[in-house]
Design a protein around this ligand. Structure first.
Ligand SMILES: N=c1c2ncn([C@@H]3O[C@H](COP(=O)(O)OP(=O)(O)OP(=O)(O)O)[C@@H](O)[C@H]3O)c2ncn1[C@@H]1O[C@H](COP(=O)(O)O)[C@@H](O)[C@H]1O
Length: 107
C-alpha cells in the first residue's frame, strides 16, 4: 500500500477518536469550513516555502498540504482512489486543453 493510501486509512480510523487525543478528530469536530480553511492555509505556506524557503521547508509544507487535503477528502467522503483515477484519466487524454482535462459536468 502506498503512503497516501495508508494515511487515508489512518485518517478514516482517527475521525471517530477523541478530539483530545487526535488531531484528525479535533479538526473534524470543528467542521468542514475549518478543514477547508486549513487546506488553504497549508497551500499558502507551501507557496511561500517554494518562493522563499529551503527545499526542506517546502518538503514539510507539501506534506502538511497533502495531509490536510486527505482530511478534507475524507470529510467529504471522496476516496483518494477517485482522485487517482481522475489523474489516470487525464494522463490518457491527448493534449491538455481546458475541456479535455476536466470530467463531464452534469447537465
Ligand atoms: N500527517 C499528519 C500531520 N501533519 C500535520 N499534522 C498536524 O497538523 C497541525 C498543523 O499545525 P498548525 O500549527 O497549522 O495547526 P494548529 O495550531 O495545530 O491548529 P489550528 O488551530 O491552527 O487549526 C499540527 O498539529 C500537526 O501535528 C498532522 N497530524 C497527523 N498526521 C497523521 O495523522 C495520523 C493521525 O493523527 P491523530 O489524529 O493526531 O492521531 C498521525 O499518525 C499522522 O500519520
Amino acid at each position: 500500500m502506498d503512503t497516501l493510501t495508508k494515511l487515508e486509512a489512518t485518517i478514516a480510523a482517527r475521525r471517530s477518536a477523541s478530539p483530545d487525543q487526535s488531531y484528525v478528530a479535533k479538526l473534524n469536530a470543528k467542521g468542514l469550513p475549518k478543514i477547508a480553511e486549513k487546506v488553504g492555509e497549508e497551500a499558502t505556506e507551501t507557496i511561500i516555502a517554494a518562493l522563499t524557503g529551503s527545499d526542506a521547508e517546502l518538503t514539510g509544507e507539501a506534506a502538511d498540504l497533502l495531509f490536510h487535503l486527505l482530511v478534507l477528502l475524507s470529510a467529504k467522503g471522496v476516496p483518494l482512489s477517485d482522485v487517482m483515477a481522475e489523474l489516470d484519466r487525464r494522463e490518457g487524454v491527448s493534449g491538455l486543453d481546458e475541456k479535455a482535462s476536466r470530467p463531464e459536468s452534469p447537465t
